[in-house]
Ligand binder design. Structure first.
Ligand SMILES: [Zn+2]
Length: 265
């Protein structure tokens, strides 16, 4: 592949991200149509709390400039555009991220409440547009969709390179793991501030948060333990209250509470 935005034609993620930003800013959309849905769409994409490489992937998918087999076929690079995952249709962006039977399995496993009622998304922008402006899904879900689609794309790329195909479950787990690791490493300052203020902060979807506490009643020779598990809405998923006939010291009691919580979770 020759990348036109570098003198030597070498593609780098960093450079392409800068190009993507500059194209969006200089296209006039961001400056002249602040209130337009298209402007909001791109702003929403760039503001997502996901790795830059996955934002860039989403932008390329929306612009239909990913080297899908259908695009490579139209450019005369390959002779056969058939999707390697299902072998049932040409590998267009619409097929790859919506119609392909393997991708459908990924969406099912992801538990993302997608509107599947007879819809066909011809391209990736249609798909995201529908989620954001028609279904009005939470930003966290848009982030999950982008990561899942990126993981599907990675699996397909591996297949193009002759590597073993990943199962839909592996594709789903890799996406969730990447998103979780990224969001843990890039916790927003407001969330940190809330945590330092002592206010409870809900976990990000689809994770649960476990909180524990212990109380020592030394005059009775018992320790009380409480465990509560909540989801991203703050709804209680499970709770445990236990009285242990053990006169523990405060630190031991906290350790015991953590131990009980781990078993309970
Ligand atoms: Zn397919």
């Amino acid at each position: 592949m020759i990348w036109a935005y570098k003198p030597k034609g070498h593609f780098t993620v960093n450079n392409s991200y800068k190009v993507a930003i500059s194209i969006t800013q200089t296209s006039g959309l961001a400056e002249t149509s602040h209130d337009s849905e298209q402007s909001r769409f791109w702003r929403k994409l760039w503001d997502l709390h996901v790795p830059n490489k996955t934002k860039l992937f989403a932008w390329r998918a929306c612009k239909n400039i990913l080297p899908t087999k259908a695009n490579l076929y139209h450019r005369g690079v390959i002779d056969d555009p058939t999707c390697e995952a299902c072998a049932l249709a040409p590998e267009t962006v619409g097929h790859l991220f919506w119609d392909c039977t393997i991708t459908k399995e990924v969406w099912n496993l992801s538990d993302i409440p997608l509107d599947k009622n007879g819809l066909h998304h011809r391209d990736f922008m249609d798909f995201l547009w529908h989620l954001i402006f028609k279904q009005h899904v939470d930003t966290k879900l848009v982030e999950l969709v982008i990561i899942m689609a990126w993981s599907v794309w990675l699996s397909q790329n591996n297949a193009h390179l002759g590597k073993a195909c990943q199962s839909p479950l592996e594709t789903t787990l890799r996406a969730r793991s990447l998103l979780h690791e990224y969001q843990l490493a890039h916790t927003r300052p407001t969330q940190l501030k809330e945590a330092m203020d002592g206010r409870w902060v809900p976990p990000t979807f689809p994770w649960y948060k476990v909180n524990v506490d212990a109380a020592v009643f030394s005059h009775l020779g018992v320790t009380g333990i409480g465990v509560i598990i909540r989801d991203h809405f703050g709804s209680v998923i499970a709770a445990l209250s236990k009285r242990l006939p053990l006169p523990l010291a405060p630190l031991e009691a906290e350790a015991k509470a953590l131990d009980e919580a781990t078993v309970f979770a």
